[in-house]
Design a protein. Structure first.
Length: 215
């Protein structure tokens, strides 16, 4: 399968929604379920899902729900303000709240950074759903601190679509980036995965469709 650019990936999402009529929430559901399936294959029992407020974070929230449904112990962390959640991500956030699932908000940065090591200690897998392919500038606090901690933790990390902090086109690290054991990417591998820092950040690359095949 050929590699695609970030622009091509975005165009495919738009094509799936506008030309084929696949609602964006369905694309997110398919993506998140694929991530959960791969996490289960990795033999995890206790999973920490670290989400941003964009669509990548929404994929992580969907994955968390499917892992809960599979009987896994899941802790969910939201990095950013809930008011900034994208529409589909907000829907999945609300579903988890309706399931009485606790979501730990990382809005109070200093307090969270102090608590994060102990909160994460029991996890045997981390799902990185902080940033997706849309990131174009250097990672700032608190995201940079959390990414750096996750890399130091020694926990295996499964990244959603692209390791957070990696430029999907150039393969360059944007200040700091997740060093994943595996990356579940959607539609096709991104060009940056084989360039510069891409290989050492992505780990094993697993390609999943989102309900529509890329032509």
């Amino acid at each position: 399968m050929r590699e695609i650019s970030v622009a091509e990936a975005k165009r495919f999402d738009k094509f799936a929604q506008e030309k084929l009529g696949v609602p964006s929430i369905i694309l997110m559901e398919n993506a998140g379920r694929s991530v959960a399936s791969e996490a289960i294959k990795m033999g995890c029992q206790k999973v920490a899902v670290v989400c941003g407020v964009g669509n990548n974070g929404g994929d992580g929230l969907v994955a968390a729900r499917h892992l809960l449904n599979a009987g896994k112990k899941v802790s969910i962390y939201l990095v950013g303000k809930t008011s900034k959640l994208k529409t589909d991500s907000q829907i999945n956030f609300n579903i988890l709240l309706g399931m009485k699932q606790k979501i730990i908000n990382c809005e109070e940065t200093e307090k969270f950074i102090l608590r994060f090591p102990s909160l994460l200690a029991k996890a045997d897998l981390v799902i990185d759903a902080i940033f997706g392919i849309g990131l174009i500038s250097d990672v700032r606090k608190p995201y940079s601190e959390i990414i750096a901690f996750l890399n130091r933790s020694g926990k295996p990390i499964l990244s959603v679509d692209v390791p957070s902090g990696l430029d999907g086109d150039t393969g360059k690290i944007l200040g700091v980036a997740i060093k994943a054991q595996k990356t579940v990417t959607f539609v096709a591998p991104k060009i940056g995965f084989s360039k510069a820092d891409g290989p050492k950040c992505c780990g094993e690359i697993i390609i999943k469709d989102i309900g529509v095949i890329y032509g």
